[in-house]
Design a protein around this ligand. Structure first.
Ligand code: SF4
Ligand code: SF4
Length: 368
């Protein structure tokens, strides 16, 4: 296993770690976690809401008797615990639910708004509550944040000096967080990658765009994880394992990975982009469609519709797909605002049928 320092926490974590959000059952969680511990995985990311509320409990049960071999990272939702007292109570509740005596890391969950960061850092806020829990030995190693926002907000969070690590969504298919990763790394903040396999999409059988990632191995995870391992700014990737064999498969990506670098990453990016955009016109995210009279900028929606097509998601899953792409946006209200005037479409250099896509989205969400 390869271990890297997680920011200034004083702790080294495994480059491939556990994302505890997809456990199929308690028994499977036990087998997956114990196989991972045997292979040297030592960081586990959980949350109160994962796996129908069972993730903390099942993950903790899996490490019973081996607690010293794992760093347990949990999360608090600022919307539910906006004050120091509330977050302190949330930590107690999580410990009780899991049957643990302490956590190793705690994360400010889903940071995506300026106001949240400001309030979390203010006197009597979230950060103060976690500091208190650290003094009491309930969170042993540090505070981090998980992120879904704009670059400027990311920089502010890093520059606050309160966080030892940031967890960001990044993978070969979606590389928007590249700038954030480099910024955090330059400032000595650890970077944990969530969605390293694009939410499982990189594992879809028969996806022509990722065949080459297998490189003679059993699945496309091999190339997808090596792409992340080659990035010096990344500390660890949390993989949402669903079966024991996947742990071995993921660990195989470490083979000789320390000699991989920017050239390797650039080669993969080049290949995946050529494979993805080989047929038809796709949204390039150019933003020329931004001046909508109704205040709805369709580019993010069009990118989500592009990925829906490219990844071959089943037509009946369109509603689920749209909702999963906009976890922090009222996409119902935004799509409903579109009056289908077509002004954005006229400006699109890719000549995309934006209005038709929006109609498709409205139909899937039942918007009249
Ligand atoms: S069709 Fe008109 S209202 Fe709808 S997103 Fe485009 S510009 Fe906005
Ligand atoms: S103008 Fe077209 S290609 Fe550019 S962001 Fe909008 S939908 Fe995408």
């Amino acid at each position: 296993m390869l271990y890297k320092a997680l920011g200034n926490s004083g702790v080294k974590v495994s480059a491939i770690s556990f994302g505890a959000m997809r456990w199929p059952s308690e028994e499977a969680a036990w087998r997956i976690v114990n196989r991972g511990l045997d292979l040297g995985l030592n960081y586990l990311d959980t949350s109160t809401g994962y796996v129908g509320g069972n993730s903390e409990k099942w993950s903790a049960a899996a490490v019973r008797g081996r607690r010293g071999e794992i760093y347990f990272s949990d999360k608090g939702n600022w919307d539910l615990a906006p004050t120091a007292d509330a977050v302190r109570a949330a930590i107690d509740k999580s410990l009780k639910a899991a049957g643990l005596e302490y956590l190793d890391f705690y994360q400010l969950w889903g940071l995506h708004r300026q106001e949240t960061l400001k309030a979390a850092l203010a006197k009597g806020g979230f950060v103060e509550g976690v500091r208190q829990a650290r003094k009491e030995g309930l969170v042993r190693h540090g505070l981090g944040f998980t992120f879904h926002g704009e670059h400027e907000l990311f920089r502010q969070a890093v520059d606050s000096g309160e966080f030892c690590c940031a967890t960001v969504s990044y993978n070969l298919m979606n590389r928007q967080a590249e700038e954030d990763i480099q910024y955090a790394a330059a400032k000595g903040v650890g970077v944990i990658i969530m969605n390293p396999l694009a939410g499982g999409l990189l594992g879809l059988a028969g996806d022509k765009a990722v065949d080459f990632l297998c490189q003679g191995h059993s699945g496309p995870w091999y190339g997808a994880l090596r792409f992340l391992l080659a990035n010096a700014g990344i500390t660890a990737s949390i993989v949402g394992f669903t079966a024991e064999a996947e742990v071995d498969q993921a660990v195989s990506a470490l083979e000789g990975s320390q000699s991989l670098g920017d050239d390797y990453r650039a080669g993969l990016v080049d290949q995946i982009d050529r494979a993805r955009f080989v047929e038809g016109n796709f949204c390039t995210g150019c933003g020329y469609c931004k001046d909508c009279p109704q205040g709805f900028i369709p580019s993010a929606f069009m990118k989500a519709m592009r990925d829906f097509t490219v990844y071959g998601v089943r037509a009946e899953d369109l509603r689920h797909w749209i909702l999963s792409q906009f976890p922090h946006q009222d996409i119902y209200a935004d799509l409903a605002r579109c009056c289908e005037c077509g002004q954005c479409q006229d400006k699109c250099p890719q000549h995309l049928a934006i209005v038709e896509s929006i109609r498709k989205g409205k139909d899937a969400l039942g918007i009249k």
